[in-house]
Design a protein around this ligand. Structure first.
Ligand SMILES: [Zn+2]
Length: 605
């Protein structure tokens, strides 16, 4: 990094968390934690044993739910502060200690609250039906229904308590071991005749480098490091697969992915349909990479050429410019969204620059309905960073719109949680695209967009199929050797590229560092769901204009207060209809066609 860049970064805005707490030593933190524990104790004393019997009137149950909701809000407030503050300097032991303290306290509080959802599942059917009909309980109707669904898979209270208290030394411990093992890895790479040790994000940035030799070197370096660490990573994966098999068996889930569907409030058929349709459309990916190898002038395209840039540019976009682009894109769509976006920039809700000890990547944290969200970025001025700002701001706007719901209905389910973010990216992409002057620039941006879409749709579907296969293989074949994981990985990822791209030997290790499959099994399909949904929504916006905007805003404002099936039905969408998913894939195909035409025009120039 040059000195000017260093200076530029130091002037970028940091967020201001003082509207939560004043610092790690703020006495209010301990006070709030103690108050929370006292509330949980009195909650347990008042209601334990009385929910299951159905002896509570609707008014009493409403009071209990209000108290429950209030405790969750207080606990997320202090929990958010601890983790947000930690995320901007993970090397500060004081921040780490605060995070750990808050987590341990929260665990103690949540064991006092475990009985509540369990007992809701034990209420007799006719009494529960009465609760669902009660006007008084209407605000909690969705929550009650979902808890009832979940209850079918609950174990007894003492079993659940043992599971919660030992989770930190079972699955959760192996997940933490994964995070620590992977973040400790340093990648050896020779750059300009000098051997360097890189961290993961600096290494992966070479995937986008114009120099093919460097891209290949980075791939080999990744493979070498993963191969060295793979005995531990294989052990972790096998252990988690085995634990999930046991838990699924005890709780009675039919398929390895069933518990994820339940959390996502989605019927199995809808997800299966989406996956089938995506697989049928893998040829889009194959076609595209044939075009890309022509554009790059390569006879054989390798895995490390996937993200090779078509346009060499060092142009850096100033943060102020990025804000302007994104805000204008939102303003052209809806003045309401634009005004909801302004405070993020004006009131210090965004932490912008990369910094020593700050965690990588980007996220938006929606604290609770009565407190605004925060956004963390690592802004470096790349066009991709502008899209990331649009993405995280989309999450932030979704949170602000959904703030009319109580905290139990605040967050949308995962497959809908990426709607506003992806939609925001689409608005920004179209704005950037419309301002380009030459076909060459248009083609480059369009190809970047297609590659991002593939990564979000088809790659995630391939990972989902890989996850399915490893869970099934572990259940049928017992503990799996590394080679078996490698083989299934190459098979699943290869299907997507067809003949257009050679994965190569080094690629076979790359299943081993992907966090989602470890931390949240089957999370990945939510990305594909969200992206395909947004493609369809965006097409509707183009068709319907203004009248779409209010419908869309209403959809976001519902947060997690209704089942996705009902929310989508309001927009005239049926997720179990293969035609709906095919529509989304057709839009990706249309963009491919756009790229092919631009490429043909360029050739004729
Ligand atoms: Zn997101």
């Amino acid at each position: 990094m040059s000195q000017t860049q260093e200076r530029d970064r130091s002037t970028l805005p940091r967020w201001d968390l003082t509207d939560l707490y004043q610092g790690v030593d703020d006495p209010k933190i301990d006070q709030d934690l103690e108050e929370l524990e006292a509330k949980a104790t009195s909650f347990e004393e008042s209601y334990q044993g009385r929910i299951a019997t159905g002896e509570c009137s609707s008014a009493e149950l409403k009071k209990a739910l209000d108290e429950f909701e209030d405790m969750i809000r207080s606990s997320t407030r202090v929990g958010s502060y601890a983790s947000l503050h930690y995320s901007t300097d993970t090397t500060d032991p004081k921040r780490g200690a605060l995070l750990q303290k808050v987590r341990e306290k929260s665990s103690r509080v949540s064991t006092k609250m475990i009985f509540f959802d369990l007992e809701l599942g034990q209420v007799e059917d006719d009494i529960f039906a009465g609760y669902l009909k009660s006007d008084l309980l209407a605000p909690y109707r969705h929550y009650l229904k979902v808890q009832r669904e979940n209850a079918r898979y609950h174990l007894s209270k003492s079993e659940e308590q043992i599971l919660e208290e030992t989770a930190n030394c079972r699955g959760r411990a192996f997940k933490r071991l994964f995070t620590e093992s992977v973040s400790r890895i340093k990648y050896k790479m020779e750059i300009d005749g000098e051997e360097k040790l890189l961290n993961q994000s600096d290494l992966l940035a070479y995937n986008y480098h114009p120099d093919r030799k460097l891209r290949e070197k980075a791939t080999l370096s990744l493979a070498e490091a993963l191969e060295q660490n793979v005995p531990t990573l294989t052990f972790i994966m096998n252990t988690l697969l085995a634990e999930k098999e046991v838990m699924d068996r005890l709780r009675g889930y039919k398929r390895p992915e069933s518990s994820r569907h339940l959390d996502n409030e989605l019927p199995e058929e809808a997800v299966d349909t989406m996956v089938e349709v995506c697989v049928k459309n893998f040829d889009i990916v194959e076609e595209y990479y044939k075009l890309k190898s022509q554009l790059l002038g390569l006879d054989e395209l390798f895995h490390f050429d996937r993200y090779a840039p078509l346009l060499e540019t060092d142009e850096s976009i100033a943060y102020e410019k990025a804000c302007q682009i994104v805000l204008e894109a939102y303003k052209a769509f809806s003045s309401e969204l634009h005004s909801l976006a302004l405070p993020f920039f004006e009131e210090g809700w965004i932490d912008v620059p990369p910094a020593e000890g700050k965690r990588g990547g980007a996220f938006c944290a929606g604290v609770s309905p009565d407190h605004h969200p925060y956004i963390l970025l690592n802004y470096t001025g790349k066009p991709r960073d502008v899209m990331t700002l649009a993405h995280e701001l989309g999450h932030g706007l979704h949170d602000r719109l959904a703030a009319r719901n109580h905290v139990l209905d605040y967050h949308p389910v995962l497959p809908l949680a990426e709607t506003a973010s992806t939609f925001g990216e689409m608005l920004t992409f179209e704005k950037l695209y419309s301002e380009l002057q030459t076909d060459k620039e248009r083609l480059a941006l369009l190809c970047e967009k297609l590659e991002d879409t593939f990564a979000t749709v088809f790659r995630q579907i391939s990972m989902f199929r890989f996850e399915r296969r490893i869970h099934e293989a572990r259940r049928q074949e017992g503990e799996l050797p590394t080679e078996r994981f490698n083989e299934l990985w190459q098979e699943c990822m290869g299907e997507m590229f067809g003949e257009a791209l050679t994965l190569g030997e080094p690629h076979k290790w790359t299943w081993a560092y992907i966090p989602h499959m470890i931390h949240t099994p089957f999370y990945v399909y939510a990305y594909a769901f969200g992206e395909l949904l947004v493609l369809s929504l965006y097409a509707r916006y183009k068709e319907q204009g203004e009248s779409f905007v209010s419908q869309y805003v209403e959809f976001l404002a519902a947060g997690g207060s209704r089942a996705p099936k009902d929310l989508l039905a309001d927009l005239g969408i049926d997720a179990a209809d293969p035609g709906f998913w095919q529509g989304g894939c057709d839009l990706i195909r249309a963009n491919l066609k756009r790229a092919q035409e631009l490429a043909a025009r360029r050739k004729n120039d």
